[in-house]
Write a protein that binds this ligand. Structure first.
Ligand code: SAH
Length: 396
């Protein structure tokens, strides 16, 4: 019995020929065989041309995630080893001269590993297996990671919502090696941070903002900074190390703010100039505005407001609101560093939202810099969906 085959509807091979890795349920004409979740299938065009090997995901709208467009490369250990090796070399090349021991080693589709995220924190690897394909090959992938990286430990944080869509239960815990400590200390451009691998957001830290924190740091000297959606205070610490006069960190999570204070202490920051406020950013910004408070630099790094295309309109209103409020508490000559990490809100739309916000706030502003996710979060050229984080530095 050969490999199961997925036959596409007429015309639906185009995106596969352009090497896009997702095949949606609506593109599938017929399935020959009875593949189980994550099993490797062959993808064929309606006229029978061989297109790709992919992983079968019966429960997801993304019915197949392509592993390879090369008929001569079977989906097995050697393929994972080769891809992970390539990930390592890329990170060595792009991060080589920079000071960090925490980076994204594998960025899913954009690194040829659909549904797999692997972050490295001071030698501990944290993995998220979010698709049926990588779930099925979990052991071989972990073997390949160990062979390439010799990690101190491999920890699993497969507690993403994507797993639910794939019909997979959430799973966390030690996979192999040393159990990571409650908090792992990392270094980023000379700043030290404590990362809670086991319970923190995502895999513990927003590695994707590394280059943008460096940008904020370079713009902070002598400024009063408001760090909205601070999480564990990483932008705030960066700003203080860049010579900010003071930082106020705002977040709804008391635990994250406690960690922000720990991170400030770890970096020798004077806590009388590093404040934390447990509050909803929307109402906090309104209060600050109504109290006549203003800042020289405002950072807005909200969570993802749109998880689906259907949520874009609502999310856009949310982004516009906080950006308008941020402009309203910005001193003349101030800077706003504003982000959106919703992949469904593209760069052009985000810029328009921020423009509308400035207009409503009655501020004339210009963009002085465009910001993106850090370079260890690459975007496959055949996979534009890999771009999710964009930011603007606005001078008002
Ligand atoms: N800038 C951070 C990452 C921010 S993640 C960094 O560089 O590390 C988004 C944060 O927003 C989370 O910590 C979450 O607790 C917080 N958050 C979500 N909704 C919020 C709200 N309405 N008001 C304040 N904080 C909120």
């Amino acid at each position: 019995m050969g490999m199961a085959r997925v036959i596409l509807r007429p015309g639906r091979e185009d995106s596969v020929l352009r090497r896009h890795p997702w095949i949606f349920s609506g593109a599938v004409q017929e399935v020959r065989g009875r593949p189980s979740p994550g099993e490797t299938v062959e993808v064929l065009s309606s006229s029978g041309a061989w297109l790709a090997f992919g992983a079968w995901s019966p429960h997801s709208q993304i019915r197949v995630r392509v592993w390879s467009f090369d008929r001569g490369a079977p989906v097995e250990g050697a393929l994972f080893e080769e891809r992970i090796q390539r990930c390592m070399l890329l990170r060595r090349d792009i991060l080589g001269a920079r000071e960090t021991n925490a980076f994204r080693l594998v960025h899913a589709e954009s690194d040829g590993m659909p549904g797999l995220v692997v972050d490295s924190y001071a030698g501990f690897l944290v993995c998220q297996f979010s698709s049926a394909g990588v779930e099925r090959h979990r052991d071989a992938i972990v073997d390949a990671l160990e062979a390439a990286f010799s990690p101190r430990g491999v920890y699993e944080r497969s507690d993403t919502d994507a797993r639910t869509k794939e019909g997979l239960p959430k799973r966390t815990g030690l996979i192999s090696g040393e159990e990571p400590p409650e908090r792992v200390e990392i270094v980023e451009h000379g700043a030290r941070f404590l990362v809670d691998i086991k319970r923190g957001h995502k895999t513990g830290f927003y590695l994707d903002q590394r280059e943008n924190r460096l940008c904020a740091r370079a713009l902070s000297s002598g400024r009063e900074v408001l760090n909205c959606f601070s999480y564990t205070g990483a932008f705030g610490v960066a700003a203080m190390l860049g010579g900010a006069n003071s930082v106020l960190n705002v977040d709804t999570s008391a635990a994250s703010l406690e960690s922000a204070l720990d991170n400030a202490r770890l970096n020798g920051i004077d806590l009388s100039r590093f404040g934390v406020k447990e509050a909803d950013v929307f109402s906090c910004l309104r209060e600050l505005r109504d109290d006549g408070r203003s800042f020289d630099l405002v950072v807005l790094d909200p969570p993802k407001f749109a998880s689906t295309a259907g949520q874009v309109a609502r999310a856009a209103r949310g982004y516009k609101d906080i950006n308008m409020l941020a402009f309203e508490v910005l001193k003349p000559g101030g800077l706003l560093i504003t982000f959106s990490c919703s992949a469904h809100i593209g760069p052009a739309l985000f810029q328009k939202i921020v423009a509308d916000a400035a207009l409503d706030a009655g501020r004339e502003a210009s963009i002085v810099r465009y910001l993106w996710q850090a370079s260890d979060h690459p975007v496959g050229l055949a996979f534009p969906e890999g771009l999710y984080l964009k930011g603007l530095v606005c001078a008002a």
